[in-house]
Design a protein around this ligand. Structure first.
Ligand code: ZN
Length: 257
């Protein structure tokens, strides 16, 4: 029995040592790999695995208003619509997240929870900032190495396991500093489209218990992040506006039930 335990402990510590060392090495630099080509290939591969676990919503009442919000955000901030791929995913978890291949996933349960379009814009703006700031791309490098390592060690190549692992590694790679950066840039995106940027702060406060707008499940952090946004200065840019009509907003909410 003691022998089995000893062997188990040795194997486990060996696994975690390799895991830790793998995270510390810049593999791209080591093998003189081109970040864009390799990054794109890895993203494609990882996305194929992750996509299979989504239930995409194609309902016009859902897609049209989301597209309108994203279109206005992109137009006001000089972002090409072709650079952001929005997917509404039918899922009971209140969540939205940026992921590989410039994909931004919004769960129907999150839309259902939002009280107005400004809150929804805050979520989209924060996630879009993660994509624009390259936070996800840098996480992909780490996750790819670890996914390959995991497959080699465990011999388990099942896509669901790998997809779960992938989202976990992205979570681990998004630091507190990156969350703050995404809040700040997101608030600027909102301001540029004439939506009150302080809605970023109130959305953080209001939905802190759901852990949205954060890859870090640290709820105490939401208050600090909201306070940081409230201290930011935005030049007055006229009256704030509404993009969707009340009828369209209500249809969107109903379709997400
Ligand atoms: Zn975030």
């Amino acid at each position: 029995m003691k022998k089995i335990l000893k062997e188990f402990l040795i194997s486990a510590s060996l696994f975690f040592s390799i895991f830790y060392v793998t995270l510390q090495v810049d593999w791209m630099k080591l093998f003189h790999l081109q970040p864009t080509i390799v990054g794109d290939k890895l993203s494609e591969w990882v996305w194929k695995m992750a996509e299979s676990s989504l239930w995409k919503v194609n309902n016009h009442d859902v897609c049209a208003p989301i597209d309108s919000l994203v279109y206005e955000m992109c137009k006001a901030n000089d972002i090409s619509m072709a650079d952001v791929h929005i997917i509404v995913n039918r899922d009971n978890e209140v969540n939205a997240y940026a992921t590989v291949g410039n994909h931004l996933i919004i769960n129907t349960a999150l839309i259902k929870k939002m009280e107005n379009e400004s809150q929804l814009c805050a979520v989209i703006a924060h996630e879009m900032a993660h994509l624009r700031l390259g936070h996800i791309k840098s996480a992909v490098r780490q996750q790819a190495v670890i996914t390959v390592l995991f497959t080699l060690i465990s011999g388990n190549g099942h896509s669901e396991v790998l997809a779960n692992l992938t989202s976990k590694i992205i979570s681990n790679s998004i630091t507190r500093a990156k969350e703050n950066e995404a809040d700040e840039h997101g608030a600027h995106y909102m301001h540029a489209m004439h939506i009150n940027p302080m809605e970023m702060a109130s959305t953080l406060e209001k939905f802190e218990s759901y852990g949205i707008l954060s890859y870090l499940m640290d709820h105490a952090d939401s208050k600090k992040r909201a306070a940081h946004i409230r201290k930011m200065h935005f030049p007055d840019n006229g009256p704030y506006r509404k993009i969707l009509s009340q009828e369209t907003w209500e249809k969107l909410k109903r379709a997400c039930q």
